[in-house]
Design a protein around this ligand. Structure first.
Ligand code: NAD
Length: 434
């Protein structure tokens, strides 16, 4: 079994590294962030992901999983190098590949014999070829290596389950020797009869963007339908339910509301649009999905304005800051777009999230009031916004909420409550498409 070096120990690198170790591989995870590696060695996970701490600790104890900041140690002890560094959105919407290219150069410098270099980060089509050229330029001697694209589809919040029991594994590889090695690494998934799709490297790179763009399109589609429902007096929940029962459509990603955020969909949509534009292809559907998503917070503000013509000085409670439940990730979260708008307009925000508070504090400091629980945030609020559908916000004690709020108005950005229930309690209840 080839030993694995995972470069980049973030959401994807840490989860993938720990899961690959659990498959029986020996894995060494590398990161340039010394604090992060020190924390992990102390048993403190740098991200919130259910089950991760136990998985890491079990595999460390078994001797299959280790951590270092020393790339040379990782590369010299491993036959297969995975790169899982970030590819954030650049200023022009393109994927910022600086970390990807830096890793390629640094890994090449440490190589002393044949290696397989696997790109796990989401990168535009053609990146692997550029990475190959960088590796070649930086090798100290003429060493053989193979490039593989193995995009990751895990979702934050259920990342371990997604990695261990994926719908499919995509492996872009142009060489039989590397293909055999990749097959060996994912052997436990073969035994579970997980579909493994082998393609060319370029095709694998595109599959990741095509998949995420399609999910974005699905969300924006249902959000546009929700807007239409509001005008026509139809109910988007029933529309989505009935649509989703059609096996050709499926029920997932058909939840109307505030739109998508997170570390993947917004940046991957922007990146594929950028790639397409440079290739002279007009991706009208994906571009439309992007525009619809960018206007969801405007839609929320319109609803808020229906209630209060001016939110300046209004005390608003905001529940849920992470881009979705079960993660502390706030990258491109709709909550941030809303916070920026509401602060600009002079609102006073009391915020609460079960996990993501520290990340938001880092961004906004004293400009927000941070609460210890949902009810503290709600106390004296003139309006309540439910932004992220954490389970604890699905079962708020409405007697208590009623008693605490100064003004009984709820804006439910995830359609988790039923209007009849809240109307009967005298709340003014706003949701999306119902
Ligand atoms: N987060 C997700 O849910 C998810 C899912 C699928 C795919 N992806 C893709 O996976 C990639 C990684 O995403 P992420 O969310 O894990 O990013 P992340 O920001 O959480 O982690 C990246 C890590 O790489 C480290 N790093 C940066 N430069 C380095 C270098 N030169 N050497 C070693 N380490 C370095 C950083 O310190 C950080 O710990 C991205 O391309 C992303 O699009 C992410």
């Amino acid at each position: 079994m080839p030993d694995i070096c995972m470069v980049g120990t973030g959401y994807v690198g840490l989860v993938s590294g720990a899961c690959l170790a659990d498959f029986g591989n020996k894995v060494i995870c590398v990161d340039i962030d010394e604090d992060r590696i020190a924390q992990i060695k102390d048993g403190v996970m740098p991200i919130y992901e259910p089950g991760l701490k136990e998985l890491v600790s079990r595999n460390r104890d078994s001797g299959r999983l280790s951590f270092t900041t020393d790339l040379e140690e990782g590369v010299s002890s491993s036959g297969v190098i995975f790169s899982a560094v970030g590819t954030p959105m650049g200023n022009d919407g393109s994927a910022d590949l600086s970390a990807v290219f830096r890793v390629a150069a640094d890994v090449a410098y440490c190589m002393d014999s044949y290696r397989v270099f696997v790109q796990k980060s989401t990168v535009p089509v053609g990146t692997s070829e550029k990475v190959g050229a960088i590796i070649r330029e930086n090798l100290k001697e003429d060493i053989e290596f193979e490039r593989v694209s193995n995009p990751e589809f895990l979702r934050e919040g259920s990342a371990i389950e997604d990695f261990m029991r994926p719908d499919r594994v995509v492996i872009g590889v142009d060489n039989p020797r590397a293909r055999k090695i990749m097959r060996e690494i994912y052997r436990p998934l073969y035994l579970l009869e997980t579909p493994v799709v082998f393609t060319s490297v370029r095709t694998a790179e595109l599959i990741k963007y095509a998949s995420n763009s399609f999910l974005a399109v699905k969300i924006s589609f249902i959000n546009e339908m929700a807007d239409l429902c509001e005008e026509l007096g139809a109910d988007i929940s029933d529309v989505a339910k009935a649509m989703g029962l059609d096996g050709r459509i499926g029920p997932k990603f058909l939840h109307a509301g505030i739109g998508y955020g997170g570390s993947c969909l917004p940046k991957d949509v922007a990146a594929i649009l950028h790639t397409a534009e440079r290739s002279g292809v007009d991706l009208k559907i994906i571009s439309g999905a992007d525009q619809v998503n960018n206007s969801r917070v405007d839609r929320l503000m319109d609803k808020i304005k229906e209630e209060f013509s001016d939110i300046s000085g209004k005390n608003i409670a905001l529940l849920g800051l992470s881009f979705k439940p079960n993660t502390d990730d706030i990258r491109h979260a709709p909550s941030l777009r809303f916070i920026n708008r509401a602060l600009d307009e002079g609102a006073e925000l009391s915020v609460y999230d079960p996990i993501a508070m520290d990340n938001v504090k880092e961004l906004y400091g004293s400009r927000l009031k941070y609460s210890d629980d949902a009810y503290e945030a709600i106390r004296d609020a003139e309006g309540l916004i439910i932004m992220t559908e954490w389970n604890e916000f699905r079962v708020l004690d409405m007697d208590k909420v009623e008693g605490l709020m100064k003004n009984k108005v709820i804006f439910d950005c995830r359609n988790i409550y039923k209007d009849v229930e809240l109307d009967s309690r005298g709340f003014r209840y706003y949701s999306f498409g119902r």
